[in-house]
Design a binder for this molecule. Structure first.
Ligand code: TYC
Length: 118
């Protein structure tokens, strides 16, 4: 099914015409000020109960880190209280948070996963 855009397309606005010497008017497209989409960090928070192996698995399966990187990130979270798993668009970050929380609850772990504007 095609995606339904959340907003209607914005018609191009035109600057006032620039008069030529030959009676013609040239219309110029106004500069569009489109901000780049905001990015969001997905973070895991430390707790005393979730097994280290489960956190490493989450970092590998949901954030595509290799075993060494996943282990380093897990240890950073264990020591500092929190750590960044990855940076994504808003929709992708929200989906990762939901998937990680669902996996943790299924496994009976209290792991917390949050997103923050980067
Ligand atoms: N602190 C946990 C333990 O000692 C391990 C852990 C690491 C838990 C990172 C959560 O996000 C976390 N078993």
């Amino acid at each position: 099914m095609p995606d339904i855009p959340s907003q209607p397309p914005v018609p191009p606005t035109l600057n006032p015409g620039r008069e030529g010497t030959d009676g013609t008017t040239t219309l110029e497209r106004a500069t569009q000020k489109t901000e780049p989409p905001r990015l969001y960090q997905v973070l895991l928070l430390n707790d005393d109960f979730t097994p280290m192996e489960f956190v490493v698995m989450v970092l590998q399966e949901y954030f595509r880190h290799d075993l060494d990187t996943a282990t380093q990130i897990m240890l950073k979270i264990h020591h500092d209280g929190r750590g960044v798993c990855g940076v994504f668009s808003k929709d992708v970050a929200a989906t990762k948070v939901e998937l990680v929380l669902a996996a943790a609850r299924r496994a009976g772990h209290p792991l917390q996963c949050i997103m923050e504007a980067a």
